[in-house]
Design a protein around this ligand. Structure first.
Ligand SMILES: Cc1cc2nc3c(=O)[nH]c(=O)nc-3n(C[C@H](O)[C@H](O)[C@H](O)COP(=O)(O)O)c2cc1C
Length: 316
């Protein structure tokens, strides 16, 4: 059994977690990663205001299956009152904890004071964590970055989260300006681990199964989050090297993933949304261009299934 840690009174079994990823960590993909060993399911981030009157897209994002537990609903926003209202509404859906995104670098979010924009307002972070942790019956956690290049205040924000009721902290070892490029700073993650008593989840540059133990040894973090390296490669949560995954395993998981997409989003949207995953599942194979093109433009689920058989035969 993998090591376990606690988020408040919640026991987490396992030390590798699928990162929340907008456009990717929806129920179909999360459930597959969870079945292969991801220790927690985080929803894609959800705008605080959208929870109050959720449309279809937000309802899809809020959906989770009890089999995925423990589940976190991740929220973003810049206004403590709205975040509180959203967290209380989210709590009614009975997730296991609520997570506040303080890492999104996208201009439309960060430059309006949400995502990593919140890190520029430490007093507001304190208010958000104090008010939400006092009002919620379930644990509250946060996910941060190193900060901004002109204000790398991750140590301060980490302490504020802990001192104001946060029960765990995930830290992505890059600045806002780095986005998703350049090396993640694992030394900075180690500093945060040393400074806090709540569990810290390290994130950034975990690409192969061995990186999980490597990051834990380097930083002392309780668990790691894996984002991009899990797309097209959920087997990373089973500790399996991508090169060791058989074409039969790939075919099976792709079919299950496609099926869940079709059930969850309906046939048309489900297939379209599956394409960005399909391209990643097959990215490590040298496939004839024509086969790849047919897979990525296929418009009927049955034809897709037949194509997967052709692919499996081509890569054996
Ligand atoms: C397409 C995409 C969408 C993302 N969406 C979210 C999100 O909704 N919430 C969040 O906290 N982080 C989000 N992230 C950041 C990841 O959770 C993670 O912190 C980042 O990708 C670094 O980890 P990695 O090096 O393992 O990919 C997103 C990243 C990507 C690439």
């Amino acid at each position: 059994m993998n090591p376990a840690f606690h988020i408040g009174s919640l026991l987490i079994h396992g030390d590798a977690i699928l990162s929340p990823m907008d456009g990717f960590s929806d129920w179909p993909f999360r459930s597959i990663c969870r079945e292969l060993g991801s220790a927690v399911s985080y929803t894609e981030f959800i705008k605080a205001e959208d929870i109050v009157r959720p449309g279809k897209k937000t309802r899809d994002k809020l959906y989770f299956d009890p089999a995925e537990r423990p589940v976190a609903i991740q929220l973003y926003g810049d206004d403590p009152d709205r975040l509180l209202e959203a967290a209380l509404r989210a709590q009614e859906l009975e997730p296991d904890f609520i997570d506040i995104n303080m890492g999104c670098p996208s201009k439309s979010i960060a430059h309006r004071g949400a995502g990593v924009g919140l890190m520029r307002a430490p007093l507001k972070v304190a208010r958000v964590f104090r008010r939400l942790s006092a009002s919620l019956e379930i644990p509250l956690t946060g996910k941060i970055r190193l900060g901004w290049e002109d204000c790398k205040n991750y140590r301060l924000i980490a302490r504020i989260v802990e001192e104001n009721g946060g029960q765990a902290l995930a830290i992505h070892g890059r600045t806002k300006e780095q986005g998703y490029a350049g090396r993640a700073d694992w030394d900075a993650i180690a500093e945060v681990v040393a400074a806090l008593s709540i569990p810290v989840i390290g994130n950034g540059d975990v690409k192969i199964p061995a990186d999980i133990a490597r990051m834990k040894a380097h930083t002392g973090c309780a668990a790691v989050m894996i984002g991009r390296a899990a797309i097209g490669n959920p087997w990373i949560f089973a500790g399996q090297e991508r090169g060791q995954v058989t074409s039969e395993q790939v075919r099976e998981v792709m079919l299950t993933h496609l099926e869940r997409n079709l059930v969850f989003y309906g046939a048309e949207l489900g297939l379209v949304l599956f394409r960005k995953h399909a391209v990643r599942y097959i990215s490590s194979y040298r496939l004839p261009g024509e086969l790849r093109r047919r897979l990525l433009t296929c418009e009927r689920p049955e034809a897709f299934t037949a194509l997967l058989d052709e692919i499996a035969a081509a890569v054996v």
